[in-house]
Design a protein around this ligand. Structure first.
Ligand code: ATP
Ligand code: MG
Length: 406
């Protein structure tokens, strides 16, 4: 990939008009302004970028003065959001992070007037390129374009130093390699193992972001393998080191489902997912799927299938089947029989019973008491055995056999 190629790529892609307007306004006002980071990488790869980030020599206050609507999104880090023609454009002042004291966040941010200083604090060569839309020039001081062509994730300058500065970067290296289908350059990969003590200190929320992107990638198996090989997985999720990564990749690109496959063999799925700072709903759902991963025996009776569905709950039945399929435990006949049961919409919960709690009390001639719960459970059990019993009359008749108190 040479300069000419890069320019041609940028001509193929229509940079959104608001982004172009912002860049041109900055340049017109005498500042430097470039597209930077992920968008340059993606355009050079021939992929439409998710968003376009602008880097500028203008100070945040200068940017604020130049545009009518500016949101000070991360002003202390030099980032503001310009609202231009209803679009949001992130504009960040060139900066270099001076000194990372704890491997977690820079101790202070220094603004700069030259783009190379800004690019030099970025993590990987493929993320450390800038494009000058006005002059149509690529700024690529660290060989990012060459690494893109070679499909390599390589740290800017010394991998060891980059990783010691910010412990999240090893995880990002693995995430980019996974999502892009690249290799990690050997020197960069070797540095991961030497900096795990810094990775350990990184806030779980940041790890979660990278892990989520990895999990949702079609190449998740490679990503997990790379995480294991580099020692990262043993740091943040040792419970998954022995998991079947190919099975994770077989599951649909859904966070809950893929976490369930990954943790199918682990104990305490809820705590693990919770510890990794996924939303509570994800932890609850994963725990439910993992707990109910065992399918009924292929020779199970229809009654057993309904009991199973009642326990698993209808809304989780399909995900449990997907989990089983990913784990290679699929049985088409059993799946067909379960689907037939689901389609017949049998009553599977006490709420689906033809008598509600009040009606059960009335039939029993009692007020609220533990007896009501027992009677309801008994009715559900009978109805699971024989769904046609789910009528008010039939259920009342069944209740006549229940012993009353007194
Ligand atoms: P994606 O398309 O996945 O969002 P991206 O390249 O935009 O990829 P971001 O995490 O959004 O990735 O970060 C934007 C840019 O900021 C990166 O391209 C990189 O130049 C820089 N960057 C982000 N995080 C770090 C970090 N921890 N250390 C150094 N540079 C970073
Ligand atoms: Mg981004």
């Amino acid at each position: 990939m040479n300069e000419q190629h890069a320019i041609a790529r940028f001509e193929q892609f229509t940079v959104p008009a608001p982004v172009r307007t912002v860049v041109e306004a900055l340049v017109q006002a005498g500042h430097q302004a470039f597209l930077v980071g992920g968008c340059v990488r993606d355009v050079l790869r021939g992929q439409p970028p998710k968003d376009f980030d602008v880097a500028t020599s203008a100070r945040p206050e200068q940017v604020q003065r130049l545009f009518r609507r500016v949101i000070p999104t991360g002003i202390e880090h030099g980032t503001v959001t310009v609202v231009q023609d209803k679009a949001h454009v992130e504009v960040t002042t060139f900066r270099a992070e001076a000194e990372y004291l704890d491997g977690r966040r820079p101790s202070k941010v220094e603004f700069h007037t030259d783009i190379e200083a800004d690019l030099s604090r970025r993590d990987f060569t493929i993320n450390a390129m800038a494009f000058d839309l006005v002059a149509k020039k690529l700024v690529d001081p660290f060989g990012g374009a060459a690494d893109l062509s070679a499909r390599l994730v390589r740290c800017v300058r010394s991998a060891l130093e980059r990783f010691l500065e910010d412990g999240l970067r090893p995880m990002r290296a693995v995430r980019f390699a996974t999502v892009l289908g690249f290799e990690i350059e050997p020197g960069t990969e070797a540095a991961i193992g030497q900096t795990l003590h810094v990775f350990r200190k990184v806030a779980t929320e940041r790890v979660n972001q990278e892990f989520t992107k990895m999990l949702l990638s079609p190449r998740v198996a490679t990503g997990l393998e790379l995480s294991r090989r580099t020692g990262l997985l043993a740091e943040f999720l040792p419970e998954a080191v022995a998991a079947d990564f190919a099975a994770v990749a077989r599951a649909r690109e859904d966070l809950t489902l893929r976490l369930s496959v990954l943790l199918a063999g682990a104990n305490g799925a809820y705590e693990l997912v919770h510890r990794l700072k996924f939303p509570n709903k994800v932890a609850t759902d994963v725990a439910h799927l993992v707990a109910h991963q065992a399918l009924p025996e292929p020779a199970a009776s229809d009654v057993a299938l309904r009991r199973w569905l009642s326990k698993v709950r209808l809304e989780a039945a399909e995900p449990v089947l997907e989990l089983a399929r990913a784990l290679g435990r699929a049985d088409p006949t059993l799946e067909g029989r379960l689907r037939a049961q689901i389609a017949a919409r049998p009553p599977l919960t006490t709420k689906a019973l033809a008598l509600n709690g009040a009606q059960v009390m009335e039939a029993l001639g009692v007020g609220p008491s533990p007896l009501v719960g027992q009677a309801t459970a008994f009715l559900l059990e009978r109805v699971l055995e024989e769904p046609s019993l789910n009528t008010p009359e039939a259920l009342r008749r069944l209740l006549e056999g229940v012993p009353r108190p007194g």
